[in-house]
Design a protein around this ligand. Sequence first.
Ligand SMILES: [Zn+2]
Length: 427
Amino acid sequence: MSLVITGASLLGERTADLYVDDAGMLVDAPVPGAETIDADGLVALPGLVDLHTHLREPGREDAETIRSGSQAAALGGYTAVLAMANTSPVTDTAEAATRVWELGREAGLVHVQPVGAVTRGLGGEELAELALMHRSRAAVRVFSDDGRCVHDARVMRRALEYVKAFGGVVSQHAQDPALAGPTACCHEGELSGRLGLPGWPGIAEEVIVARDVMLARHTGSRVHVAHVSTAGSVEVLRWAKAQAARDGGWSVTAEVTPHHLLLTTDLLAGYDPTFKVNPPLRPQEDVDALREALADGTIDAVATDHAPHARHDKEHAFVDAAFGMLGLETALGVVRTAMPGLSWSDVARVMSIAPARIAGLGDQGRSLAPGSPAHVVLVDPDADVTVDRDASASLSRNNPWHGRRLSSRVVHTVYAGRVTVRDGSLV
Ligand SMILES: [Zn+2]
């Protein structure tokens, strides 16, 4: 299993060789008999960490499995993914969380870290077994009812108090159900009016972000805002982060998806359900605010919200189609395309270091210095990739990037010293 990776530019800066021993650790000298990877001209980053993945197992193995999702993740340069709890059954018990964790280990391509549900059955009323999930072998630290908002402020307050005891965090899908309405399927604005589609307004997200940062402050706990999509949410986050830095003792973090950094609501003019996603694609002003917030650290991380759907759930009239898009294999390319000015060390910060810190994954998002586990992605910074949805490892095909050219290419991925992707293909 030992490796020598020669000539890579570490985080796009100095060029150095990396040595991996038989235990999958980075060490300071080559191990005799090690396999060599020529990384001349490639950029080495710590393996990417995704805070927000839907792997669909258990329950919808026709759309994705933990194995197929792990393959897609490795191809995208990931070495860890957080698997959301909205499976069937829901990940709301220690047994369910442990099962997801075990299936991830069996697949062995990335660290699959289960996210626990905040409420039993995602019902929004009764807290799930948060402490038991945390004490299980899966050691759950991130809790989310993602797909739904924890809309009851009393329940959210109690969840924040509860996770505080063990350093957990609540990841909120911020969407006030009353303001969003039951039938909304796109951004509320001039275009939704013209297309005759029920829209949901940015304010439905912003009021929950504002409420939750106040609850985090009140409880002295940690809240994480999933898939921020509006300029108004960014304003609230900027204010809240300044308050938290001043106060100490509580924190707010946030993520943005690749698609909200590059795609806008105009794409809905063709009624193509590939672009139907929750939260919805927004106007360019929001996209601009999200890019600025990611660059300046107001938004901490990029998270894919990889949401595979079987054809029979996605290929419908726009209003009836399922929400969501694939994202794991294309995330790095989309970020590079959307924000070509972002340095490689900033890419490492938002796609590996910060998400690992938020998720409490101490083995991930580490520097490439000796003594760290060898989770490494090697990227060709000068290549382009034209996305082909049929070349995906995902079992689903709801890929909004099909036919698009994206900047840079994931060449090799190394997970715990094991090469999972070589020359762009699964090993
Ligand atoms: Zn969500």
